[in-house]
Ligand binder design. Structure first.
Ligand code: TEU
Length: 591
């Protein structure tokens, strides 16, 4: 077999993470060892066999740092310790070692656009205008001619991600502080070199402790336009969209290059991924160009916005053509330089089988189809806990079932603004982040084996049917299919490094593409339909003698030359191509 090559690394061996699969653990909902109803590190340590068995290479751990938990740990009050609700630093050290012993790596969540309002830094900063840490955060006086603390006196009109203005008035010191998320999450001022140095030092401390990299929370928001201009008004309301002034702001590349130099340079075996709402393909190329030494990959948001209307709460039906156009554009844009991450799910997104699949009659089939399509793209796939079991959205019955700050604030705001509470709840059932956060379903027992106590968020009642124990030895399970997909990436260089060509962009039901590396070509087909569909491929004849590498039909691989797909079928075909043939199998030589 020829050595894998890649356009991004033409003359060197591609980095290890180009063939890796990452598994995200949201610790609160993963496994509870002590019966308090909240998952913890010892719970995770007890379940490492599950990850080993799946075959993943990396675990990304959502925040376990001390936190008042206003945003489930994305509000950190101490960057160099572990919250007692999750365990101790010693437990974390044990986790690092246990993962390393099993050949897996650990990625920590780095949340440094903001801290908790309970962080010492913010306590000092808000203590007085003269405090040395005052300018570690973004403080501003009221808008000229207004009285601080009254409506409209905010320094600008930006809205926050979690409803309401992005500014909170501090009566004691007579200024406002900026928070792009909740008022419990004040934004750090990255223009201040002391802030940057403190973050770099903390990151080195974790790497020295043995962690293998970071997933960087909203890292494209750290550089703000220093003028903090008003944004365009949203829907006629008083709040404006500040995103042009804080997404990929003026010093973002400088900050990331400095971070790379201060933290990562001279170390090896690491992985960095920057979470970047609103990032464009062109920006992503810059962030992930190895020659620029910024990040290894980014999480972009375009493909998880295809079913959004004016906001995420206005859900639109999926148009498969839009999804293909988006993911295809990212494949193409990062083909020569840079690298993609691939994901359907994380702790902020509704469950993909409920969102883009059919979580009723075709749950297993559609979950495995979606997994196949995603994992056969070029990039590093991320699996979110429970996705490998085909876990679904939850049937929340009332507002009392929700816990997420974004959902609760949205509900209050929408209902106060005259929205029908039933309509507001209906949208929340579809898109609330709590859908992703119901506890992992380990077995058919009480609380699905997640806890012996009362779970912090109700379990999905379908845990009796959908759980890990039921799937472990079933070759037709979603779990077994994820195992096969992960193995395929490890074993077949074409999956990790092959070129990507989208086919049938206008087909409303079929997702089809080619992958090609040297003399191997794959045809990947996925049906997004509950009916049988014919795949009308001009090149169909060339695939008549191909091998079925992977299928999601019961019984697995089967003979299948006819290009008709069963409901929600996924099929990966493989064929050998001569060196003189181009991607579409014509006899023209490749230039
Ligand atoms: O999320 C970034 C982000 O933009 C979120 O607002 C996300 O897009 C939103 O939930 C979708 O509606 C990160 C974390 O992943 C999220 O859990 C945190 O709440 C947020 O940052 C603040 O740290």
């Amino acid at each position: 077999m020829s050595a894998p090559h890649s356009a991004s690394w033409p003359s060197v061996t591609p980095p290890w993470w180009t063939t890796a699969v990452v598994y995200q653990v949201y610790p609160r909902s993963f496994a509870d060892s002590d019966g308090d109803g909240i998952g913890d590190l010892r719970g995770l340590l007890d379940r490492l066999d599950h990850l080993d068995d799946l075959g993943v290479d990396v675990v990304w751990l959502s925040p376990v740092y001390p936190s008042p938990q206003a945003d489930n740990g994305y509000d950190i009050s101490d960057y160099t310790d572990v919250d007692p609700v999750f365990g101790t630093l010693a437990d974390l050290d044990e986790l690092i070692e246990a993962l390393h012993t099993r050949g897996m790596k650990l990625v920590m969540d780095l949340v440094v656009n903001h801290t908790s309002d309970q962080h010492n830094w913010f306590a000092a900063s808000r203590s007085s205008r003269e405090d040395p840490k005052r300018d570690w955060y973004v403080w501003r006086p009221p808008r000229p001619g207004t009285v601080g603390g009254t409506a409209g006196a905010e320094p600008n009109n930006w809205g926050s991600f979690f409803s309401g203005p992005a500014w909170t008035w501090d009566e004691a010191t007579g200024e406002y502080y900026l928070h792009l998320f909740s008022d419990r999450q004040p934004d750090l001022d990255w223009d201040n070199p002391d802030v940057r140095a403190a973050v770099h030092e903390m990151m080195r401390w974790w790497l020295d402790r043995g962690v293998d990299g970071f997933r960087m929370d909203v890292i494209n928001m750290i550089s703000k336009d220093p003028a903090l201009p008003d944004g365009e008004l949203r829907d006629g309301g008083p709040l404006g969209d500040g995103s042009p002034y804080y997404l990929c702001g003026p010093r973002i590349h400088e900050h990331l290059q400095e971070m790379h130099h201060e933290v990562f340079a001279g170390r090896s075996g690491l992985i960095t991924v920057g979470e970047m709402p609103g990032v464009s393909v062109d920006e992503a190329v810059l962030f992930t160009d190895p020659a620029r030494a910024e990040l290894d990959m980014v999480f972009q948001f375009e493909h998880v916005g295809v079913d959004h209307g004016a906001t995420k709460w206005d859900v639109r039906p999926l148009d498969l053509r839009e999804l293909k156009a988006s993911l295809g554009r990212w494949q193409e844009g990062l083909e020569k330089t840079g690298w993609n991450s691939l994901y359907w799910n994380n702790h902020d997104q509704p469950r993909v089988v409920s969102r883009f699949g059919d979580d009723g009659a075709f749950r297993v089939r559609s979950a495995t189809m979606l997994a196949t399509v995603l994992h056969l793209h070029r990039g590093t796939p991320f699996v979110y806990q429970g996705e490998e079991l085909g876990m679904t959205n939850a049937p929340f019955s009332s507002i009392a079932d929700f816990r997420d700050i974004e959902s609760l604030n949205h509900h209050d705001e929408a209902v106060a603004g005259g929205g029908d509470p039933e309509d507001v709840l209906a949208a929340m059932r579809q898109v609330s982040r709590d859908n992703a956060r119901t506890p992992v379903q380990w077995d058919a027992g009480p609380h699905a084996g997640f806890t012996s106590g009362t779970p912090w968020l109700p379990l999905n009642p379908n845990s009796r049917e959908i759980n890990a124990a039921a799937q472990r030895d079933d070759p037709d399970s979603v779990l077994a299919h994820y195992r096969r997909l992960i193995a395929l990436r490890h074993e077949q260089p074409v999956v990790a490094h092959g070129d990507f060509t989208m086919l049938l962009p206008e087909d409303p039901d079929v997702y089809a593409f080619l992958r090609r590396l040297d003399d191997v070509e794959l045809l990947v087909l996925g049906s997004f339909s509950g009916e049988r569909v014919a795949v009308v491929l001009p090149e169909a004849a060339e695939w008549a003698a191909s091998v079925v590498l992977l299928s999601n039909l019961p019984g697995g691989v089967r003979e299948s030359a006819e290009l008709v797909l069963e409901p929600w079928e996924a099929r990966v075909l493989s064929r050998a191509v001569g060196p003189g043939q181009d991607l579409r199998g014509s006899s023209q030589p490749v230039i």
